[in-house]
Write a protein that binds this ligand. Structure first.
Ligand code: BGC
Length: 270
């Protein structure tokens, strides 16, 4: 197996929204690669603790930490606890996200605000705290050639418009310009900031889109690779972006989507 269990040895990571779905898989793979991992959760305390226990049983290092990423005081407290526990932080995977879907004209301000607050403001707050620590500490050459690595979990909907999900698509489009602007600002400090844009990945957030044969067949029309993604597809990309193997990659979005963003409807039309 080409997978290196030592790729991230000695590094400290925080993954938000890590009690299920993509965040959980990313946390598990970072731990498998040798990083100590803070598992952030919002409400699923038991699930988060189970992931921690399993990582520890596998000789990894992890702890669970509760915070609502859209609340500045909670994000600050989460980072200060993580720094207390780990001493510093090298990797942030800003993953926590929600959907509150609605036809546009019926979308409430509450639905709009909730999605922007968690998906976009939440990433701003977490990335800012991580960047402060990276700047304070600087590069530790025996740990990584970067002072820190930030991975924003975006979506194919940072470029693909999505009817009935205007709040969600707007939040992901926002992540793209936020990520690239931060990357431009922090690159001289040897901080790398990138995004992963997952396509349709089997997680609780989109269960209704793949959990019946009919729904899955309809979804596959949008995926040239003809399979729905697995959380491991994203986790492996995250390990690479967090490692020095991607040292020259900065300010980019890596689409991990089986070709969903290739506009497959044009394959035999247009
Ligand atoms: C959404 C999923 C959706 C996928 C592809 C993701 O960002 O959270 O619900 O299946 O994009 O449309």
């Amino acid at each position: 197996m080409s997978y290196s269990p030592y790729l991230l040895k000695g590094q400290k990571a925080l993954v938000t929204g890590a009690s299920s779905g993509i965040g959980e898989a990313v946390a598990r793979y970072l731990a498998l690669s040798g990083a100590a991992v803070a598992i952030n959760y919002h409400s699923e305390a038991e699930e988060a603790q189970k992931i921690v226990d399993e990582i520890k049983a596998n000789n990894g290092e992890a702890f669970a930490i509760k915070a609502n990423v859209s609340q500045e005081d909670e994000v600050k407290a989460m980072f200060s606890q993580t720094l207390d526990q780990f001493g510093t932080i090298d990797i942030l995977v800003s993953n926590a996200g929600v959907q509150k879907d609605s036809p546009f004209v019926d979308m409430s301000l509450e639905q709009w605000n909730k999605v922007i607050e968690v998906n976009l403001t939440g990433q701003f707050l977490c990335v800012r705290e991580a960047a402060k620590e990276f700047l304070r500490r600087g590069v530790q050459p025996h740990i990584s050639s970067a002072a820190g690595k930030i991975i924003c979990i975006s979506s194919v909907h940072e470029i693909i418009p999505w009817s009935g999900h205007v709040n969600y698509a707007a939040s992901k489009g926002g992540i793209n310009m936020m990520m690239r602007s931060i990357a431009q600002e922090l690159a001289p400090h040897k901080i790398r900031v990138n995004s992963i844009a997952p396509g349709a990945i089997k997680t609780p957030i989109n269960k209704s889109a793949w959990d019946t044969p009919q729904a899955e067949a309809k979804l596959l029309e949008l995926i040239p690779a003809k399979r729905v993604g697995e959380v491991e597809d994203i986790a492996k990309a995250a390990v690479w972006l967090a490692s020095d193997d991607s040292d020259y990659v900065n300010g980019t979005t890596l689409f991990v989507d089986g070709g969903m963003s290739l506009y497959p409807g044009f394959a035999d039309n247009g």
